[in-house]
Ligand binder design. Structure first.
Ligand code: ATP
Ligand code: MG
Length: 432
């Protein structure tokens, strides 16, 4: 009989031999977020569909084409989260986090679901690290969250990432810009894709973002939002740029960045890599001053972004950035015979209690096969216990790198003594 099924298209398995790569970047993200005062937030993988329809925006590609939406047995429409912000904002409101003082600073590390055409860097289940900050309209906050992303990329040693920033204005200045866009794009009605024709009436800014080559060619000469910003948006944008310069962060102003989700206002930005082809945006975000109000809350200026973990890992792989491998097994004990196995089991327990990794045979192999396994897992030390060792209550611990052997008693002092031996070995390796 064959395996009854395979993984779903557009999903990936992270296998035991690869998971250290994920853990490495996730740990750095957690550490940097904590340094900047952000705490983790976890929200459910599914939410009521209307949350995303309202929060992300009904005319966006995400809501129109990409959501995993289904009816529950109770007849409710629910959706697997396509992004993290709507759920975070919902939780902020539901738990009245604003009463606990502003700003609210949270991060998340989660899976997201979008029904997209799977290709390199574009999956149907993917993972994001995201930052959420609620209750601040200061341009300093914009620069600070960007600086957090920048710190993460620096610690990951990623090269050639370009920060591109833009301002897409606010409800005050956007209508004027939308009118200008409508006027401009209307001249090309016969050349626009069907989607764009639709959006032209409802949300003309989406046309700037269209990936269809003939549309993006037309979009190149479209009016720039930067010529339409109101005084407040203009001054906000200038201050963000000043703060970024102060932080020593290079950026390029790119007026064609409008972002794919409707909730953005003022600052939007992307970090783009040229190392992974066309899906080069590893991080995207900006301000969403109107989102909380849109979801039925008070006016709560907010901002944030998300980075795609799969894309980051691809960039790191393409740039040959080494990710430190996890510590191998400290001690492998081979037990020959039933009594020796009992002893081996007891001793590895004691070693593990000291915070070191230890293994023994769990599949009933002979000595040769056991030593082969110890080699394969890269055990730093090994030890064989047979009848002689049991009689004498002593055995030899072998350093697998140097071949050096040290006799050690198999009593209650074993784990502590082994711990000293491996520390000394580590020290001399470090010194050499
Ligand atoms: P794109 O323009 O590539 O479609 P997006 O604007 O839809 O990206 P966001 O919704 O802002 O992306 O998500 C933030 C980040 O999440 C992206 O920059 C990317 O790194 C990652 N991401 C988004 N969609 C996917 C996907 N389908 N597969 C893998 N990563 C993704
Ligand atoms: Mg997208």
């Amino acid at each position: 009989m064959g395996v009854i099924t395979k993984k779903i298209k557009g999903t990936e398995d992270v296998l035991p031999k690869q998971s250290y790569r994920w853990q490495f970047i996730e740990n750095i993200m957690r550490e940097e977020a904590a340094n900047f005062g952000f705490k983790e937030m976890r929200t459910p993988v599914f939410e009521h569909t209307e949350l995303f329809a309202r929060g992300v925006g009904a005319t966006t590609d995400v809501v129109q084409k990409e959501m995993y939406t289904f009816d529950t047995k109770g007849g409710e429409s629910v959706t697997l989260r396509p992004e993290g912000t709507a759920g975070a904002a919902r939780a902020v409101l539901e738990h009245a986090l604003t009463n606990e003082g502003l700003p609210i600073k949270a991060y998340y590390l989660t899976s997201c679901y979008r029904y997209e055409k799977p290709q390199a860097g574009r999956l149907r289940e993917f993972h994001q690290f995201g930052i959420e900050e609620y209750g601040t309209s200061s341009p300093l906050a914009d620069a600070e969250v960007i600086s957090l992303a920048d710190s993460i990329f620096k610690r990951l040693q990623i090269k050639n990432l370009h920060l591109e920033i833009n301002s897409i204005g606010c409800p005050e200045c956007r209508p004027k810009y939308n009118r200008a866009l409508k006027e401009y794009f209307s001249q090309f009605k016969d050349k626009l894709c069907g989607n764009c024709l639709n959006r032209l009436e409802k949300n003309p800014m989406r046309l700037i973002d269209c990936k269809v080559p003939s549309c993006s060619e037309i979009a190149k000469n479209a009016p720039s939002i930067l010529d339409y910003l109101c005084e407040e948006c203009d001054s906000h944008f200038e201050q963000v740029k000043t703060y970024l310069t102060t932080a020593g962060i290079d950026y390029k102003v790119n007026p064609t960045i409008v972002r794919g989700l409707d909730y953005y206002t003022k600052t939007v930005f992307e970090f783009v890599s040229d190392a992974i082809g066309s899906q080069g945006t590893v991080c995207g975000g900006g301000r969403y001053d109107g989102l909380v109000e849109e979801l039925g809350g008070q006016h709560l200026p907010s901002l944030g972004y998300a980075m795609g973990l799969e894309r980051l890992l691809m960039v790191m792989e393409n740039q040959g950035i080494e990710i430190p491998r996890p510590e191998p097994c400290a001690l492998y004990i081979a037990g020959l015979g039933d009594n020796a196995q009992v002893k081996a089991f007891e001793l590895i327990g004691a070693v593990r209690s000291c915070g070191l990794s230890a293994e023994t045979d769990v599949v009933g192999r002979g000595l040769r096969a056991q030593m082969k396994y110890a080699d394969k897992i890269g055990a730093r030390f090994s030890m064989v216990i047979g009848d002689n060792e049991l009689d004498e209550n002593k055995a030899k611990v072998k350093n697998m790198t140097t071949g050096e052997q040290t006799e050690i008693e198999l009593d209650s002092s074993f784990a502590e003594k082994f711990s000293d031996i491996q520390l000394a070995a580590k020290f001399s390796e470090g010194v050499e």
